[in-house]
Design a protein around this ligand. Structure first.
Ligand SMILES: [Zn+2]
Length: 234
């Protein structure tokens, strides 16, 4: 059971609104800033008092404010905007007079049809591109360790690149379509390794590295450095 309220925190003349959520699952108090929406959430374990939790949030007001400032302006899927496709920048070019749907031409992402459909068409096309690359990769990696991926779900998650359920179903972030191929390869390897180890033990990391084509540490560093900026697209 979760209860959600919000509190306002004053910081350097600004008012920060923090959603307060008491959680049965949480072991420690945690602050989360959704890089896309800018919503701030304080997740509090049941045993922690509300006063202590709010003190924690107040102490971290500077951190929250910095996080919110770091948010970059949104880049919608619209004519003239540039988005990365597997880390390669592509300008979106709306071609209303053309037939077809979405195609790449001279390094541009061309979109036919009415202007009101551009965003959805680009989104659908990106999802298809990601699925085409990611699904075989996940099955190949799982086959290497004689496991099966039960199901692959693509979702627009703001905080996670992937997750693996005990059932063998793996969920990946749609935003992986923006990352370099080697980073996507690592995220897939990471989740597939969870089919064997449902933890982040040393054995898990050894397997994740074995399943990753590139260097795990470099991929993790890339996600830490650039991950939040990928939330602005779409
Ligand atoms: Zn993991």
């Amino acid at each position: 059971m979760q209860r959600l309220h919000s509190v306002d925190i004053e910081h350097a003349g600004e008012t920060l609104t923090v959603a307060y959520e008491s959680s049965v699952q949480a072991r420690r108090v945690a602050l989360r800033v959704d890089p896309r929406t800018g919503h701030v959430k304080l997740v509090v374990p049941l045993r922690m008092s509300r006063t202590a939790a709010l003190d924690f949030a107040r102490q971290h007001a500077g951190w929250i404010a910095a996080r919110l400032k770091r948010r970059l302006s949104p880049v919608p899927f619209a004519d003239g905007n540039t988005i990365p496709i597997f880390d390669v920048p592509h300008r979106i070019r709306h071609q209303p007079a053309m037939r077809g749907t979405v195609w790449i031409e001279d390094g541009e992402l061309c979109v036919a049809g009415g202007a009101e459909h551009v965003s959805r068409r680009v989104g659908d096309w990106l999802r298809t591109q990601l699925r085409a690359r990611l699904v075989p990769l996940a099955h190949d990696k799982a086959a290497r360790i004689e496991r099966r991926v039960a199901r692959i779900v693509l979702r627009d998650t703001a905080t996670q690149w992937g997750s693996c359920a005990k059932s063998g179903a793996i969920c990946f972030s749609l935003r992986l379509v923006f990352v370099p191929p080697e980073v996507m390869d690592y995220v897939v390897a990471h989740e597939v390794a969870h089919l064997v180890h449902h933890d982040h033990s040393a054995r898990f990391w050894a397997l994740a590295q074995r399943l990753t084509s590139g260097d795990v540490a470099a991929c993790k560093a890339w996600l830490r450095a650039h991950g939040h900026s990928l939330m602005r697209y779409g």
